[in-house]
Design a protein around this ligand. Sequence first.
Ligand code: ZN
Length: 119
Amino acid sequence: MEEKSCLECGERIVGRSDKKFCNDYCRNAYNNKLNVGDKNLVRNTNNALKKNYKILCELNPTGKTKLNKTVLLQKGFNFQLFTSIYTTKTGNQYFYCYNQGYLLLENDFVLLVKNNQDF
Ligand SMILES: [Zn+2]
């Protein structure tokens, strides 16, 4: 007979071979942990996006600012996270965190812009 162990506690499972957990307690504990992992992912991503937004607001009080990329990086800006992309007719891509956007320029410069329109 095939031996299986519980995904939660690692105990050997006796009985039906399709069982993944030794009891309901272990199954619930395992599933709750998975949900917590998903919640943490969403929360961490939201926090990082908010941080990005705060950095852009701080650095771009006038609504249009050109600065070096390193200024953003030093503040902990995460270039992987944004809420939308706007592509102009000429093919430039603005990455937005809510209504604060940026365009990557040559030589590691970044143009920060603020969009006052609703998306
Ligand atoms: Zn178990």
